[in-house]
Design a protein around this ligand. Structure first.
Ligand SMILES: Cc1cc2nc3c(=O)[nH]c(=O)nc-3n(C[C@H](O)[C@H](O)[C@H](O)COP(=O)(O)OP(=O)(O)OC[C@H]3O[C@@H](n4cnc5c(N)ncnc54)[C@H](O)[C@@H]3O)c2cc1C
Length: 447
């Protein structure tokens, strides 16, 4: 009797979906478990709202992969401690392997006083909000008129884009530990907010830090030529930068609302050819009424894998290859052994690193490691696999989960597209899980 492997993939973002494709191509069956009703992860709920071509292109690819009969999609299912399914549940059911591609859902903080004040947010939550992911879609964000964004990568650009072009707020100040040349955003991404750059303020800011830039051998005239353009900011909205500043304290009023960010001014030194920021002990403040951390995320410790310093612990034993196959194996540092049959990939392996293409490549490399592992195992008969899927559905039912299948997602997509056409827009999303579940149910009963 032919035997096949049954693999659970936890998380249907780009890493989970492209990884699933590799597993299915190798002949295995995959149960793809996803926290959100819809698949796509940050491709659906992170990539900026107006990137129509990219988003629709990815959706089409994901749909094709999910259509594979070897793939069984279960949406609206969180895996983790005290969730609809725990890793122990999966272990008990006894699958061939479990692959964790749940992204980086944990929140990274700076650990400075006052960061729990009203008006302090994390980029991921804001991004999920404007991309209509429940429950963030329904959460109220107290944005105000003057917002500081901490961090200088592409996520900062997306947030500034939303604030300036969509929310039309007055002033965005980007706070960065190092200088203009240490930016992590791409110039092509920056174009969408460049029109708001306060060039006079930018010139002043670069002049302010001239001695520190010169001290590490940076040519200030070249920097001025690259970063300062002509003209006034468009429509009175302003984008400014505060370089060489490390946040030290969030200042709130007596009602607990943020009013300012205190920063320590930095200087830079060269270490192994790289610029490193060090504090000067001199403090200043930036007046704001909202503060958004765009400093990257960490993995979600409650998933149940060994966790240390924002990441899942992986096998320290390096094997040939870059990244080493060991990097995909969660590792128990107490027992000093890998977790048999469990793997990690994508942003769950390397939080907040890279674009969709990077997550895809990482998952594909990871699945080579998984497939090699599976080659040494026996697999299950069709009947045994059905029984295991049944057991999973039984556990979910017992815990009261309202599970969504790929056929349900198709129905939902159809209704959302109808809505989009009615509203003469390319995209429409229902903003609550209840509404999505209701729409699916209604359409199914009407059939
Ligand atoms: C603001 C922002 C903008 C971006 N813009 C771009 C862009 O323009 N172009 C580009 O190429 N890349 C962009 N990226 C990067 C891209 O989104 C990531 O590289 C990619 O999505 C990472 O894939 P992933 O599958 O590892 O994680 P994610 O995309 O985060 O997917 C994780 C999946 O796991 C699920 N999940 C989470 N926890 C659980 C759980 N406990 N149980 C079950 N399921 C769970 C989630 O529902 C989600 O579906 C952007 C990222 C961000 C944050």
């Amino acid at each position: 009797m032919t035997k096949q492997h049954l693999v659970a993939v936890v998380g249907a973002g780009p890493a989970g979906i492209y990884g699933t494709r590799k597993l299915a191509e190798a002949g295995h069956r995959v149960v793809l478990l996803n926290r959100d009703i819809k698949p796509g992860g940050l491709a659906e709920y992170g990539i900026f709202v107006d990137k129509e071509k990219m988003k629709t292109g990815l959706r089409k690819q994901f749909k094709r992969i999910l259509a594979d009969p070897r793939v069984f999609y279960l949406g609206h299912v969180s895996v983790g401690d005290n969730q609809a399914l725990t890793l122990s549940d999966l272990k008990e059911i006894g699958l061939s392997a479990v692959v964790v591609t749940a992204g980086a859902q944990g929140t990274k903080k700076l650990g400075i006083p006052g960061e729990e004040s009203v008006g302090v947010y994390h980029a991921k939550d804001v991004v999920y909000h404007y991309n209509s992911l429940p429950p963030f879609s329904q959460q109220k964000f107290e944005i105000g008129r003057r917002v500081a964004i901490i961090g200088m990568g592409n996520v900062m650009v997306d947030i500034a884009n939303w604030l300036l072009n969509h929310k039309k707020i007055d002033r965005v100040v980007v706070v960065a530990r190092r200088g203009p040349l240490e930016k992590a955003y791409d110039d092509s991404e920056f174009e969408v907010i460049e029109q708001y750059l306060d060039n006079a303020a930018m010139r002043k800011e670069i002049e302010r830090i001239r001695p520190q830039l010169t001290a590490v051998g940076q040519n200030v005239d070249d920097i001025l030529a690259k970063f300062v353009k002509q003209g006034e900011p468009a429509e009175g909205r302003r984008l400014e930068f505060r370089y060489l500043c490390a946040p030290t304290k969030v200042i709130a009023n007596s009602d607990g609302w943020v009013t300012a960010l205190e920063v320590e001014e930095n200087e830079m030194i060269l270490k192994d050819g790289k610029t490193v920021a060090t504090g000067t002990g001199k403090h200043s403040r930036v007046d704001v009424d909202c503060l958004i951390y765009a400093i990257g995320d960490q993995v979600d410790a409650s998933l149940g894998l060994p966790f240390s310093r924002g990441a899942f612990v992986t096998n320290p034993e390096k094997l040939p290859g870059d990244p080493s196959p060991a990097a995909y194996q969660p590792y128990d540092p107490q027992a000093r052994k890998v977790l048999e049959g469990i793997f990690v990939a994508g942003w769950s392996r390397n939080a907040s690193v890279g674009l969709v293409g990077v997550a895809k490549q990482d998952a594909e490399r990871g699945m080579k490691v998984v497939n090699e592992y599976l080659n040494s195992k026996e697999g299950f008969t069709a009947g045994e696999m059905e029984a295991k899927i049944e057991a999973m559905l039984e556990t979910l039912k017992r815990k009261g989960a309202s599970v969504v299948t790929k056929e349900d997602v198709e129905i939902l997509d159809g209704v959302e597209q109808e809505e989009a056409r009615k509203r003469k827009t390319w995209d429409f999303k229902f903003t609550s899980d209840d509404k999505m579940l209701e729409v699916i149910k209604e359409r199914k009963t009407a059939r």
